[in-house]
Ligand binder design. Sequence first.
Ligand SMILES: Nc1nc2c(ncn2[C@@H]2O[C@H](COP(=O)(O)OP(=O)(O)OP(=O)(O)O)[C@@H](O)[C@H]2O)c(=O)[nH]1
Ligand SMILES: [Mg+2]
Length: 452
Amino acid sequence: METKPPVPRAILVGVQLPGVGDITHAASLNELGRLVKTLGYEVAGSVSQKRDEIGGGTVLGKGRLEELAAMTGGTGMVGTMAPARNAKARQRFDDADGKPRSTPHRGPDPQPPRGPEFVIVDHEISPSQARNLERATGAQVLDRTGVIVEIFHRHAHSREAKLQVEIARLKYVSPRLRESSGGGGRQQGPGAGESDLEVDRRKVRDRLAELKQQLESIQRDSDERRSARRDQLRVALVGYTNAGKSSLMRALTGSEVLVEDKLFATLDTTVRALQPETRPRVLISDTVGFIKKLPHDLVASFRSTLAEALEASLLLFVVDASDPTYESQLEVSRSVLKEIGADAVPSRVLLNKIDRVSEADRAELRVRHPDAILLSATSAQDVAALRETIIAFFEASMVEDELVLPYAKQGLLSDVYENARVLSEDYDATGCIIRVRGLPAAITRLRRTLAG
Ligand SMILES: Nc1nc2c(ncn2[C@@H]2O[C@H](COP(=O)(O)OP(=O)(O)OP(=O)(O)O)[C@@H](O)[C@H]2O)c(=O)[nH]1
Ligand SMILES: [Mg+2]
């Protein structure tokens, strides 16, 4: 028999605040469910309540809290008499009769029946609210930020992304550190006089400083790489998570980037040349996706990953047009880009996954977004048309000019071919006279290299 660990189960908790419509509220909970599934948990149910604010000790009112506790097998009580969660030897209760299902400390139970182990709140909650909810439900409590940070943690591949996520994670975890339950708190030796909690916090601070230093040195390298690409033709695919950025990246560049029906499949920026290659070539970058209520620290830490987008000449805003909340996704993407200062870059909206949209809805999309491009990443024809649009965009800002390549510098000819389109080559006494078409900045740089 297979001995796979059981899939953890989670109950979602949402509070519908004044001004938030039913559809938006439901979509947000639905998205939280997808995030939770991305973590590998099963969604076992949800509890939601209309309230004026998220404030208050337990997020939910008393009645809803009891309802939630009944689902997880908790006591529903927050008082200090209620047992705080203890991950290893937690007492589990049957949903129906409230009796313990297994006696703790009796060794592994082969198939212990269990209630959902996680309660996941669709808002950012305070450490004390989390603690109270844990007491009442007997489950481990995470909020939306915690889930996103955890997904980022699992999906980060490059060293830069890993460092960025580790920083965001420590910033998230440190205020949630609490006095470890195991005894005294005071200790001997270095750091004597500090409580365990103070020691933990100091370790976190030291680690954060160390990580930031490492990140800065990596970022210096990638800044250099980026500035070397500055006068190249660059397009960044940006937009909401799962919109199809990586699918378009694959289709446009023939690269094997990861495409998955998961939120935050991509965390690292990938840069590849548009295929079939153009002269000068166009570089496309695939970027990390955005999401509603993206934790601020993550936005800040991904600023450098998104610097790629900032320096692009053209942003392609990818939107999943088959998603009923696509308008708000577009809004979120715009506001994140504004936050990182990329709102001045020329952009085009790509309404993707149009193959899933009915003819009537397509007509409406065209009316609402007359400047947008309707397409499907799965259609070769649509992708070819997008390629033409990209080329035309750059073509419009290109100029024709003449460069002189002295005979002594023939080695630089490949540099010219890389960065501009060569229209003709003529030879005279001074060297090679090359007529080129390219971006003004690229031509200026080439002229400087050839003369210097
Ligand atoms: N039907 C249809 N599905 C698509 C289209 N484009 C992408 N998908 C699917 O949508 C899912 C997400 O696609 P990705 O390309 O990974 O999306 P992404 O924007 O890179 O997502 P993240 O990296 O998570 O931010 C995958 O299951 C794709 O196969 C499309 O035009 N039509
Ligand atoms: Mg992706």
